[in-house]
Design a protein around this ligand. Structure first.
Ligand code: NOJ
Length: 773
């Protein structure tokens, strides 16, 4: 029997008291995001005048119902508006409408607290850029920052001061429809893209200075693990090790904090059993204590309410308490905070100080944005007229689209289709004249009727040329019913257009086919278990193949597809994704060779859905498959190879590049030092072109198993035909650091492989070095 001494008991009591105080402090102390004492004073002074109801009102956010992404949207927003109890509204457009809403708010808000308007400006406002996954395939960070900036220039003139972007969920499962919104499967690339986008959206010149009216708050979303939902099903549970979380899913978010991101959005999913929206570990321990993030955290759509369905909250009141305790500041749609926090304070279940902290974070953003000085400063009719879809923006949209389109296959250099070579082209497929889908999902303000179709792009490009087109649609795109979220795979395939298409194909020299997914087939709530071309499109391709004519397939879609059959049977494949406003022109630029394709995949294309999840930086396993020495009982499949159809980092050009002469400044890296690796890249083909040169490393022996390779650098270069350029990368301890067996971030001495490569599967330029003790 254990008998505690008086001394032991006193120590225990003191410890308990200390930890309570620490906890209480964690819950109730506000540190400003800006660190600006003048702003802090203003926030504190305003806060001291607010009633509890006014405070919880600030934590309440509504949707403008323009883009509802859930079942629930309140009809009580009018009632709360009249009480001055709405802190923010999102996805409401039209400066007149917004101005009116702000006027109403200012009329009813006793302390004249402006409303903050937000929106999902994911890939452009009216000038719609390619979907983010596509744009990431450009590997051009400067371009991504530029398109984000343009999106912000347009949005901030049209009333939006807070962008629900960038979405930076690492995504390795193409069944998940939202892969289209991020930067793909790799943590290194995703982190850099995340920074570029935050920089572009926020547009702040000096740190946290939002004084210019074209600056806006960015929002890193969805924290965290949303891309790792089981089986690629949207909103599904996420179960992952601390190591995977730290190595792969957290770093892009940390990168946005380093870039000064102002806000975070919670993820819908649970993480190891704890829904993210009620996850103290994520928001308090990681985000605030470890990363020192002092910005504002908002939930995703009805995510507090969903804590009930998750099975961690008994009712909405309980859910509100859990979310507040987790460190959430603003409630999107659920009305949990506005309905229950005041009562929870009165019952002593939450402290008013917790609410003060959340409200202080919200008010600080409003002060920083200058909304107290002028609640209407983001409605600028003149600037709106000047910036929305101006010529410069449209030009960048075309450039971004050109740089996003990946050439996957090009046998016998069938592409480009030169304007001066006489050919009869049968132009077939549902995407030749498709306009609506070209912007992809999340172009909520992008006017779909303005997007340039492939037909229009080709007509303009080839006008007066030697190339003649003869069009037949052939088949249609199956649709999805957004309300039932079901397809459509059951739709009876209509083959009535096949005969005409086949006849035109027979009469041609070459067949150009444009196919893909209707835009509702990717994006939120659009997971698929079959990622082949929807409907009877492949069936039509099979018929066209029988004509014996060469076929060029252009694809418009929002996720990596299973293209195994197409790869075997098509002569050329162009992955255009959803290129946005300038779709038809950009694709025509590529097809004609006026732009030489330079994009490289940022997500692996599997051979079939059974290989998923598939990504390049896997571990070796204890029984790695060796293609030169196939043997039983190895880590492989019996029906398909382990390798993907198209690997991460892969993409062709109309010219060819040769890598040679890899060299290293020293084979010994000393702690604190650095070494350089270099390679000569030559353009050995007939056209000028751009190449993304990639650096991969492998840690050969470490305290924990390391991936077979990891991307650690890249450079996009432009080479004239015949030109050779040396590309150099620096390697230091940070390049080779890892979370060791004790989860400490450090570099372990030992040997490393290095590849400077044109794709993740290119091992021709191989070097070695050691980190010495
Ligand atoms: C739900 C989505 O998950 C999120 O990304 C988006 O910002 C909100 N809806 C608001 O539209």
């Amino acid at each position: 029997m254990y008998n505690a001494t008086k001394f032991q008991l006193t120590v225990l009591a003191l410890l308990a008291l200390f930890s309570f105080q620490l906890h209480a402090q964690k819950n109730t102390s506000w540190k400003s995001y800006s660190g600006d004492p003048a702003i802090e004073k203003k926030v504190e002074s305003l806060l001291s005048k607010m009633t509890l109801d006014e405070k919880v009102g600030q934590m309440n956010q509504y949707s403008g119902n323009f883009a509802s992404t859930g079942e629930v949207s309140s009809n009580r927003s009018g009632e709360y508006l009249k009480k001055g109890m709405i802190g923010s509204t999102f996805n409401v457009f039209g400066t007149d409408h917004l101005r009116m809403l702000q006027e109403q708010n200012m009329k009813y808000s006793r302390l004249k607290i402006p409303m903050l308007f937000a929106a999902d400006v994911i890939h452009g406002l009216e000038t719609t850029f390619p979907i983010p996954l596509a744009e990431a395939c450009s590997w051009d960070l400067e371009l991504m920052e530029r398109t984000a900036r343009i999106a912000a220039e347009e949005a901030t003139a049209a009333g939006v001061a807070w962008n629900f972007a960038p979405m930076i969920d690492v995504a390795r499962d193409p069944r998940w429809g939202r892969v289209m919104e991020g930067a793909g499967e790799d943590v290194y690339l995703s982190s850099l893209v995340a920074r570029a986008r935050v920089k572009g959206f926020q547009g702040i010149q000096s740190y946290k200075d939002f004084s210019k009216p074209n600056t806006m708050l960015a929002c890193a979303k969805h924290f965290v693990g949303y891309g790792a939902g089981q089986a690629g099903r949207d909103y599904h549970s996420v179960d992952m090790s601390e190591r995977t979380l730290r190595e792969t899913y957290l770093p892009p978010f940390k990168a946005t904090v380093d870039e000064g991101v102002a806000t975070f959005m919670t993820a819908f999913n649970d993480l190891n059993g704890v829904p993210c929206t009620a996850n103290e570990y994520l928001y308090k321990d990681i985000l605030r204590d470890q990363w020192k993030f002092n910005g504002m955290v908002l939930t995703d759509y009805t995510a507090i309410m969903e804590l009930i369905a998750h099975g961690v909250a008994a009712d909405l009141k309980h859910a509100a308490q859990l979310a507040l305790d987790a460190g959430i500041d603003m409630d999107m749609i659920s009305e949990a905070f506005v309905s229950h926090l005041a009562a929870l304070v009165k019952e002593g279940k939450v402290k008013e100080e917790q609410i003060d902290v959340a409200v202080a974070r919200i008010l600080e953003m409003k002060f920083l944005l200058g909304l107290f000085d002028d609640p209407y400063r983001y409605f600028d009719d003149e600037r709106e007229k000047k910036v929305i879809m101006n010529d410069e923006h449209i030009e960048v949209a075309r450039e971004a689209a050109q740089q996003s389109i990946v050439l996957l296959k090009n046998d016998n250099n069938i592409l480009p289709l030169k304007k001066n070579v006489a050919r009869k082209v049968a132009l077939i497929g549902p995407f030749v004249e498709e306009r609506n889908s070209l912007n992809g999902e999340w172009a909520i303000k992008g006017d779909r009727s303005k997007s340039v179709t492939l037909m229009e792009g080709l007509k303009e490009k080839y006008a007066g040329s030697a190339v003649q087109f003869d069009y037949a649609q052939g088949t249609t795109l199956p649709l999805i019913d957004r309300r039932t979220a079901h397809v459509s795979t059951n739709q009876v395939p209509d083959k009535s257009g096949f005969a005409e298409a086949i006849q035109k194909a027979k009469d041609s020299d070459v067949i150009l086919v444009a196919m893909g997914e209707n835009y509702h087939w990717s994006g939120e709530a659009a997971s698929r278990t079959d990622i082949t071309l929807p409907g009877n499109q492949r069936q039509l391709l099979k018929e066209l193949k029988k004509t014996g004519k060469p076929i060029i397939l252009v694809l418009f879609n929002g996720r990596p597809l299973d293209l195994s059959w197409e790869d075997e049977n098509m002569d050329a494949i162009v992955e255009a994704w959803y290129p946005g406003l300038m779709s038809g022109h950009a694709v025509a630029d590529i097809l004609s060779g006026d732009y030489n394709p330079s994009a490289k995949l940022v997500m692996t294309f599997p051979r079939n859905v059974g290989q998923i999840p598939i990504f390049y930086n896997v571990k070796n396993t204890g029984r790695p498959f060796n293609p030169n020495k196939p043997a039983d009982y190895r880590s492989s499949y019996i029906d398909v190879p382990n390798t993907p159809l198209y690997p991460f980092g892969y993409g062709l050009s109309y010219t060819s590049f040769a890598y040679s002469n890899a060299r290293i400044s020293s084979e010994k890296l000393v702690p604190g030092g650095n070494i350089t690796v270099s390679v000569d890249v030559s353009n050995t083909g007939d056209m000028d072109g751009e190449e993304v040169v990639q650096l991969y490393i492998r840690d050969k022996v470490a305290s924990v198993a390391r991936p077979v390779k990891e991307l650690k650098g890249f450079e996009k270069i432009s080479l004239k035909k015949g030109e050779t350029r040396t590309v150099k990368f620096t390697i230091n301890e940070e390049t080779v650091s890892l979370y060791n067996i004790d989860m400490k971030w450090l570099a372990e001495p030992g040997e490393f492989d290095v590849w400077i490569a044109s794709s993740s599967d290119d091992e021709s330029q191989h070097l070695k070095f050691s980190l010495v003790e």
